[in-house]
Every structure is written in structure tokens, then in C-alpha cells.
Ligand binder design. Structure first.
Ligand SMILES: Nc1ncnc2c1ncn2[C@@H]1O[C@H](COP(=O)(O)OP(=O)(O)OP(=O)(O)O)[C@@H](O)[C@H]1O
Ligand SMILES: [Mg+2]
Length: 255
């Protein structure tokens, strides 16, 4: 800890649609240190995704500064932003965004294809990433042959394969049942213990409990920013499993 990875100062974002201006971010400042696990909360339309898009170098702020891993990215052009994204960031989405009819291994290899990594090296790194998320035995499965939680873990492996410093996740548990959500949170906590910074958006208080810091966005402003002792997801998972063993899922039985 102690290293400021994300330093956002007075960031504003104005969307112009025809004559209408939407002030989606109205002066946001925050610093995230290496290894922190931040949950961003707030009602619909408050500006969470807009903030994540700025943090993720997918969109530039209208004004303000953003220092990411020591680099000022707020005025970079598209190509430079893409480079920083590749080097520093990993993304996880609510809808997994995996290619259908494509194996877990190939899905995870994809970011490396774009970077011109050799096929043997891609397979090695993708296998390692899938092992890291507990899917070493599912390399050849397509998304349809995996449970929702497993699909999200493939997506996390895809985010990890480029060795990111920060993982950004917009509602990663939005399509998962509560047990599977806790599983995903346990994985994020484990990544945190390995020094990876996680910033996630969630609508659910019982998901935010697993973070070490909760930030609330309202009308384009940060209204709360509090550190907390995170709830232990692995322990919560073990307790939930002991209380209600899951029924045998047909998908789990496939070879
Ligand atoms: N591309 C865009 N063009 C114009 N307005 C936009 C655009 N994206 C978002 N907005 C507006 O900016 C505001 C913030 O939107 P944002 O998507 O950041 O909200 P959110 O907090 O992620 O909401 P949700 O919880 O529903 O995902 C909203 O008023 C939205 O209508
Ligand atoms: Mg959103």
C-alpha cells in the first residue's frame, strides 16, 4: 500500500446530445492506492459508469486531471489511451462479454492476440490465468458449457492475462445468484491480496461489504468515501455452503 495508482482531480464530464447537456460528473476527486478494493455505489444515472469509463481510459474527462500509474492520461489521444489500457488495466463486465462457440482458453488468449504474443506463449499465459481463477479443468469448454459464475471467472482470467495493475468491473455480479456473487468477490479479494487493485460498481450493499472502501456517487459527485474492514468472502462462502449444499448441477457433471 501507499502507492497512489489512480489520482483523479476535479474530473468533470459533460455529454452533449443535440442542445441538451448532461453533467454526468461534476467535479470528482479521488485517490486509489495499490491493493485497495473499492466499491462504487449510487442510484441509476448518478454517474458510476461514466466514472468507470474515465478510470478505464475508455473516455476522456471534459476537464480535470487523471494520473494513472504515474502517467497523466486525461489529455492523451485514442491510441495512447489504448496503450495505457493494455498495459495497466483489466476489464470485467456484467454480461461477461465472452465469444460464444469459442473455448475458455481462446477467450482468455484474445487480448494477447491483439498484442502480437506468439501462440505458444498465449496458450501458456491463458492457461495460467484460468488456473488462477480455478478453471484449469475447463480450458476447452465454451461459454454455453459453463455456469454463469464460471463464465465470469473466464472473463476475470481474460482481464488478468495482461498482468494489469487495476481491474475495473462494472456490476460484475449483476447477472449472478448470491452464492456465485460471493464466489466472484472471494476471487477479487484474493487478487487484492496479490497486490491487484480492484474497483467495482455494484448496486448491492451485501456485495459492497466485501470491499475495503465504499464510494457513493450522487448526481455526478462523490458524497461518501469510507474505508471499512472488508467482510471475508471465502469465509462467507464456506458458511453459506455448509448451511445449504448446492444441488448437483448438470453442467458441472460434463467432462
Ligand atoms: N453517452 C452518453 N451520452 C449522453 N448522456 C449520457 C451518456 N452516458 C451517460 N449519460 C448520462 O449521464 C448520466 C450518468 O450516467 P451513467 O451511465 O454514468 O449512470 P450510472 O450511475 O452508471 O447508472 P446505472 O446504475 O443505471 O448504470 C445519466 O444522466 C445518463 O443519462
Ligand atoms: Mg452504469
Amino acid at each position: 500500500m501507499g502507492q497512489a495508482l489512480v489520482v483523479v482531480r476535479d474530473v468533470r464530464k459533460v455529454y452533449k446530445t443535440g442542445d441538451v447537456e448532461v453533467h454526468a460528473l461534476r467535479g470528482v476527486s479521488m485517490t486509489v492506492e495499490a491493493g485497495e478494493f473499492v466499491a462504487i455505489m449510487g442510484s441509476s444515472g448518478s454517474g458510476k459508469s461514466t466514472l468507470m469509463n474515465v478510470l478505464g481510459c475508455l473516455d476522456r474527462p471534459t476537464s480535470g486531471t487523471y494520473l494513472l500509474a504515474g502517467r497523466e492520461v486525461s489529455r492523451m489521444d485514442k491510441n495512447e489511451l489504448a496503450e495505457v489500457r493494455n498495459e495497466v488495466l483489466g476489464f470485467v463486465f456484467q454480461s461477461f462479454n465472452l465469444l460464444a462457440r469459442t473455448s475458455a482458453l481462446e477467450n482468455v488468449e484474445l487480448p494477447l492476440v491483439y498484442r502480437g504474443v506468439s501462440s505458444r506463449e498465449r496458450a501458456r499465459r491463458a492457461t495460467e490465468a484460468l488456473e488462477r481463477v480455478g478453471l484449469g479443468a475447463r480450458l476447452d469448454h465454451t461459454p454455453a458449457q459453463l455456469s454463469g459464475g464460471q463464465q465470469q471467472r473466464v472473463a476475470i482470467a481474460r482481464a488478468l492475462v495482461g498482468a494489469p495493475k487495476v481491474i475495473l468491473a462494472d456490476e460484475p455480479t449483476g447477472n449472478l445468484d448470491s452464492m456465485t456473487s460471493v464466489e466472484v468477490m472471494a476471487l477479487f479479494q484474493e487478487l487484492g491480496s496479490q497486490g491487484i487493485t480492484v474497483v467495482l460498481v455494484t448496486h448491492e450493499l451485501d456485495i459492497a461489504e466485501f470491499a475495503s472502501r465504499v464510494v457513493v456517487v450522487k448526481d455526478g459527485l462523490l458524497v461518501t468515501d469510507e474505508r471499512q474492514p472488508p467482510k471475508d468472502a471465502a469465509r462467507a462462502l464456506a458458511a453459506a455452503r455448509a448451511a445449504a449444499p448446492p444441488p448437483p448441477g448438470p453442467r458441472e457433471e460434463r467432462p
